[in-house]
Design a protein around this ligand. Structure first.
Ligand code: SAM
Length: 284
């Protein structure tokens, strides 16, 4: 069965009485080349445990299961369970968990599977409406995986890979680049989905770092400053920080101690500069 063919999706809709739930971002991929590019980028091999977010009717699950030791796919929509049972019946290394990815303790699952960190690969064609919460949760919870290969809205991908100094550089760029090395894998036009969504997509691979990209004394302070800095992008760094409720004198002192001009805007600061500012604050 060609799971990428729109006819297959229509057949499934008819046979299983399945209706694409719009609220769950159910735009299914119909391009086998994109799926191959994803499993190639993640370098899925026979020792690997793939954890897939949102398998849909199982296109990516099928491709991953052909290469991996095991695939655990987490799908929120109960209506897709009989579909997946049917489309993946020829695999004996696939487990489907009917859950909301945001409520799943992935580290617990990974621990139970007893696989090395470098053999855990997270993948998914993410529902657009919760892309950012999913990525931030995976990163902040210190998910024990080698990489996260995910498709998302192009504009979000641009923000994630953006270097400092660009308009697209923001709190999400800093957060993702703090925990991982994000790289573009392939651009995906909206026409290769069924139904066709409003926006184009991009696949990124986030290679998780063993330790954060920059060393900071206090991670909470680092992210507090990042959030404050970008809260009002058009303001100067100094005004943004003060506007976010940080003590005025402490802001002036930390800027001076870290050698960062308060007249700059947050989007011009590198991760190293945010770290220096954060450490200056921690020192008080
Ligand atoms: N992987 C399939 C593909 O590429 O064709 C489907 C991708 S579709 C864009 C997103 C999938 O994520 C849907 O199957 C949807 O039901 C599922 N989903 C949406 N929200 C979810 C959540 N919170 N947890 C787990 N799965 C979710």
């Amino acid at each position: 069965m060609n799971l990428c063919a729109p006819e297959t999706i229509k057949y499934i809709q008819k046979t299983f009485g399945f209706k694409n739930a719009k609220g769950l971002g159910q735009n299914f991929l119909t391009d086998p080349g994109v799926i191959e590019a994803m499993v190639d980028a993640a370098e899925i091999g026979p020792e690997d445990l793939v954890i897939e977010i949102g398998p849909g009717i199982g296109v990516l699950t099928d491709a991953a299961a052909k290469r991996a030791k095991k695939v655990i796919a987490i799908e929120i929509d109960k209506a897709l369970l009989p579909v997946l049972k049917y489309t993946l019946a020829h695999h004996n290394n696939v487990e489907i968990i009917n859950e909301d990815i945001l409520k799943v303790d992935l580290n617990k699952i990974i621990q139970e599977e007893a696989v090395e960190r470098q053999n855990v690969k997270i993948m998914g064609n993410l529902p657009y409406y919760i892309t950012t919460p999913i990525i931030t949760q995976l990163l902040e919870k210190g998910t024990r995986a080698a990489s996260i290969t995910i498709m998302m809205q192009k504009e979000v991908a641009e923000r994630i890979v953006s270097p400092p100094g660009k308009k697209s550089f923001g709190a999400l760029s800093v957060a993702v680049q703090y925990y991982s090395n994000p790289q573009k894998v392939v651009s995906v036009p909206k026409e290769v989905f069924f139904p066709i969504p409003k926006v184009d997509s991009e696949v990124l691979i986030l290679t998780l770092l063993e330790k954060p990209a920059v060393e900071v004394k206090d991670t909470e302070m680092f992210f507090r400053l990042v959030k404050a800095g970008f809260a009002q992008r058009r303001k100067t760094l100094s005004n943004s920080l003060k506007g976010a409720g940080l003590d005025k004198d402490a802001v002036e002192k930390a800027l001076e101690d870290s050698g960062i001009e308060g007249s700059r805007r947050a989007e011009t600061l590198s991760l190293e500069e945010f770290a220096a500012l954060s450490d200056a604050f921690s020192q008080g």
